[in-house]
Design a binder for this molecule. Sequence first.
Ligand code: GAL
Length: 699
Amino acid sequence: MNEQRNGRAVSALWESTVPKYPCLLHGADYYPEQWLGHPDILKRDVELMREAGINCVSLGIFAWSSLEPEEGVYTFDWMTEAVDRLYGAGIRVILATPSGARPAWLAEKYPEVLRVSDSLARAAFGGRHNHCYTSPVYREKVRQIDQRLAARFGGHPGVILWHISNEFGGECFCPLCRAAFREWLKRKYGSLEKLNEQWYTSFWSHRYTKWEQIDPPLRNGETRLHALNLDWKRFVTDQTLDFYRREAETVKSAAPDVPVTTNMIGPKSNLNYHKFRDSVDVVAWDSYPLWHRGAEEDIREAQKTAFAHDTMRSIKRKPFLLMESTPSTANWMEVSKLKRPGMHMLSSLQAAAHGSNSVQYFQWRQSRGACEKFHSAVVDHSGRSDTMIFRDVREVGKRLEALDKAGLSRTEVRPEAALLFDWENRWALRDAQGPRRSGIHYDETVLSFHRAFWELGVPVDVPDMESGLTGYKLIAAPMLYLCRAGIQDKLKDFVRAGGTLLGTYWSGVVNENDLCFLGDTPGGITELFGIRREGIDALYDGQYNRLLIDGKACPPLKREYRIAELCELDCCEGASVLAGYGDDFYRGRPALTVHSYGKGRAYYLAARTEYAFLRDFIALLIKRAGVRKSLDAQLPDGVTAERRTGPEKDFIFVQNFNAFPAKVALNASFRDAENGVAYEKTLPLSGYEVKILEEDHPG
Ligand code: GAL
């Protein structure tokens, strides 16, 4: 049976994404170029990979100087041998383009490839991830090597996916980038007049009379025009994307059947990853949570990681790849604490629970020198397989293999709830001066909304303002400060058609170029929420107000919650008041309202409350909107559940992020997807355990 979703058959989803090898991937970044003088080690690597249940590796990520030691001299034989040797052992290859780090000869001969900082200082040779994205020389040199790699390896049966560069990011202020920025602005605005108007340059006499006068936000230059700052960040994403696309086109032109991806770094990136939506065949990202700082910290870290997985999955609303994770510690962590027994399995399967069809590591074999020599690896300096880390990895491999056989790769996470998080909104909110320069806390707010879904075990997508919003019953949209991409109309359509929306304070403030809406606000959505903003009060740290629920008790809501940081003063224009402020000169004014709009309801939270309110209120909305939980059960603290839906059956990952055992009281009986054990009333979990339940579809 093939279930349809957005016109795609679910069971065919992964088969069409990675057609050459559509199974769950278990692999690692592999650097044979570091061991070319040790043929015994290279041979042993393949044996050890099989022992660890590794079925694919990422190859060539930083191998440029081994592939082209001198300009125009290509030495691909070692890579051919590696790909053949791996394929012969049944191990597939994700082949990287080497543009993430350049050889010394390239930097020496063409200094324009080196990045320039916002103080206009050009970098010297060294490091990685620091090339100019505009430089025609760099682009051309990358094209030449990519094209050769694609011609040589694109048709190899073992090469299943292209890995473009490595962790794109950062910015360059060189003359080439600055000129490209001006061209980008000309395309966007058409005329200086329009730009001056949208950037509000009449302020402080900042009017531009020539395009050449415009510079990006340089450290000692113009940083106070918020629209300029925003456009620069947009340009940096676009320019990076353009660089990526050229690489993707180059490899695809030689090997059209091999899909492309690039490894992203999650929501913390300076790039707006949603812009990559149509240019990657599959989203891939590198996840490095910091475990074991404390019991409560582990739970927060788990939820933060879940948010990151949800955000990355939502870029394409499809399964994604965990491209890198550490087998245990990372050298760059302040304190490199070993993963406690169970944590490696739990954090690996957490990614799978949220829609990853892979668990990949940085790195296969620990490097012998340079700055990553103490980063953990599947194989450490001892070269042995009877180590703690190797055993942990092998266990993950075994479990993934069994889950693959059980059909996990043909399932996907399909949330009925969404939490809006928008990169451009984040940029604008962080830049804005007021109403709380000491901390506007957009990211923290979005995370605390996400926490409520995570604790309740409700799958949630994290779309941005440009994403489609179809298929959801409930959307939470905190702090929609900057409104773009027609988000107001999309939200109106959503509610009109019967959806439940939760909006908050400090929404509908500026347009896409950071110009304040004139007239009533929240701009474009006053009629949706049935309220009008009169002002916003900011509180110092340590100052509080109270949110008092009106009328009769409505479990699980309590009568009163604490408010901190931001209190918006709204007037009702059609909305009904559900809660009011308890203190200060605005005591009694609305703090929470609801407005019927079309067939749906739009709730507006005027103040930043303590987390307990979000937890209780979101629980209520989930119930009212009929949003399905992953598991119909009350989940203990630190335990969550996530569901992957397939054509015949669903998998429910129940994860315990506590170091101690937990018990989940079940409302129905379930079968363990891995060993068939039946759980009637209680599901016991040991510390850091993840159990996977299965549920057949009725009929
Ligand atoms: C990643 C990077 C890898 C490696 C790893 C170490 O960000 O892509 O090459 O450096 O970090 O944790």
